[in-house]
Design a protein around this ligand. Structure first.
Ligand code: MCA
Ligand code: AMP
Length: 487
């Protein structure tokens, strides 16, 4: 297939591509360093990437894509149990890492390949990739995503899906090589990595990563030429909170060409506060690890708070009733599950043919599990989710089941149930309901949070812990989560 990043060879050499803090690479430097690394890893089955928010991660992923080797981005804060699962499941041949990263013991057996961003003595990029072997359907990335039960599943994302979604967003957002993106998203998920790094590189534009999200960082970059901001709703909520006392932030946001939110719903109150203080309306887009991007408010469309806009070019979207029949009404009130079809879709869950089969209808529609209505003009409004056991916290998807399993491995826990509760900052927060093994000496809430953070990842830790004598169960013995309400 044609190159995912034509700008690597076509751009003026000095054009800026990536900037992380003080360190940056031009297109010529990126082409050379990623080309050199691609030559080294060529032919590997799959490569893990220790996905710290650094230049090395971006170069590592670009190199893997140039070499036609699927990359598995790893959350550098993954706990032992989650990391162990991902490594057993994806069987990478080696791990790409920044030279100064200390890797956990779980990665000890893997060959460590350090990304040297100054290694620029390489022949042209086109010498490296074996383009005849790489097709549009070749896997590009394996991104792990939580389900309701069990450990995370690896969504295999083909090269075609990346190209299709980024080109559709370019159309919807009038996104060009002149745009400079600023963000602080993690680089082991679709939002930060595919949209936030690969997106600008496909356009021939540039990205500045803040390393860590702060209002000051956003202000500075927007004042110094950044044109677009990507963030999860928690980030926009924090900006909305900061705006009343920060006129420089209002001015900077007002200067942006496009403020884009995604990964979870941005509350209307935050939309309104940002619009009132800056004169700019945040636009929302809706996607999923398995589908990349499905809908967006268009740059030339009407930004409407509470909606995720219209299907992107090439994406077929329908709303489906419980019995599988499609809803034809565009009435703003008939609720159905969003199902999508198009070149943006993943191929399969790695090693999980059962889960893959269950995710699609017989005729190839992907079941998102998101419930929505459609306005008369086609704007989609997400109104809920089919599974109550999926929690979105800070834009991260977290399965209740994986946290319950981790909690049950703690010796002081007899029974555990996990729910999501509304949270102004995080959207939802993880809440654990625990029956202690010894009611006289229950474990501390902080101890349980640390236990989950160490096994899975810090963002999956319970923020609130309740202790109960017994969990409410129905006649079948199933936990009645709806009865678990805090008063
Ligand atoms: C606190 N911390 C702990 C513990 N308690 N660490 C270990 N054990 C503990 N018990 C640490 C945390 O690691 C963190 O450290 C710090 O305390 C604060 O953490 P926390 O309160 O959890 O969160 P935060 O730092 O305030 O994060 C908010 C955030 C984050 C920045 C908005 O949630 C975030 O980056 N979200 C983005 C999620 C995302 O990209 N989702 C995309 C997937 P330290 O400060 O050192 O880090 S969805 C997707 O891709 C689809 C396709 C889509 O549509 O986009
Ligand atoms: P993930 O599996 O982590 O990729 O998260 C995908 C899920 O995030 C979707 O199925 C939606 O539930 C949710 N999501 C993404 N973008 C939006 C949005 N703009 N509004 C509401 N929910 C969203």
């Amino acid at each position: 297939m044609s190159s995912l990043f034509p700008a690597l060879t076509d751009s003026p050499a000095e054009r800026p591509a990536l900037r992380f803090g003080e360190r940056s690479l031009t297109y010529a430097e990126l082409a050379a360093t990623a080309g050199a690394l691609a030559g080294r890893i060529r032919g590997a089955g799959r490569v893990a990437v220790w996905a710290t928010p650094t230049l090395e991660t971006a170069v590592g992923v670009v190199a893997a894509l140039l070499a036609g080797v699927p990359a598995v981005p790893l959350n550098p804060k993954s706990g032992d149990s989650e990391l162990g699962h991902i490594l057993r499941d994806s069987e990478p041949a080696l791990v790409l890492t920044a030279p100064d990263s200390e890797l956990p013991a779980a990665l000890g057996d893997l060959e460590r390949v350090e990304v040297d961003v100054r290694d620029t003595a390489q022949s042209p990029v086109s010498d490296v990739a074996d383009l005849a072997r790489i097709t549009a359907d070749s896997p590009a990335l394996v991104v792990y995503t939580s389900g309701t039960t069990g450990p995370p599943k690896g969504a295999v994302i083909p090269r075609r899906a990346i190209a299709a979604t980024l080109d559709a967003l370019a159309d919807a957002w009038q996104w060009t090589g002149d745009d400079v993106l600023v963000h602080a998203l993690p680089l082991f998920h679709v939002h930060g990595l595919i949209l936030g790094i690969l997106g600008p590189l496909r356009r021939g534009g540039s990205v500045r990563h803040l390393g860590r999200f702060t209002a000051e960082g956003v202000t500075q970059e927007l004042n110094e030429g950044a044109t677009m901001l990507f963030g999860v709703p928690t980030m926009y909520h924090r900006l909305a909170e900061a705006l009343p006392d920060d006129p420089a932030l209002s001015k900077a946001l007002g200067r942006a060409r496009l403020l884009v939110s995604g990964s979870a719903a941005l509350p209307v109150h935050d939309h309104e506060r940002i619009a009132a203080a800056t004169g700019r309306r945040v636009i929302e887009r809706y996607g999923m690890t398995e589908t990349l991007m499905n809908t967006s408010v268009r740059a030339d469309g009407e930004p409407r708070a509470g909606t995720v806009g219209v299907p992107l070019p090439g994406v077929e979207l329908r709303l489906v009733e419980e019995d599988g029949s499609a809803i034809t009404a565009y009435d703003g009130e008939s609720v159905g599950e969003i199902q999508v079809r198009g070149p943006n879709l993943f191929t399969e869950y790695l090693n999980r043919p059962d889960a893959t089969a269950a995710a699609f209808t017989g005729d190839g529609w992907f079941r998102t599990g998101d419930m929505a209505v459609r306005d008369a003009d086609g704007y989609v409004r997400i109104v809920g989710r089919k599974a109550t056991d999926l929690i979105k916290s800070g834009g991260y998807k977290i399965g209740a089941g994986e946290i319950e399993n981790a909690l049950l491995e703690h010796p002081a826990v007899r029974e555990a149930a996990v729910t999501g509760e509304p949270d102004d900052d995080l959207g939802e927060r993880v809440v654990a309901w625990i029956v202690p093994a010894d009611p006289e000496s229950p474990p501390g809430a902080g101890e349980l949070a640390d236990h989950v953070a160490g096994r899975l990842a810090p963002h999956k830790r319970p923020r609130v812990v309740h202790f109960l004598d017994a969990l409410p169960r129905n006649d079948m013995g199933k936990i009645m989560k709806r009865a678990l309400k805090h008063d």
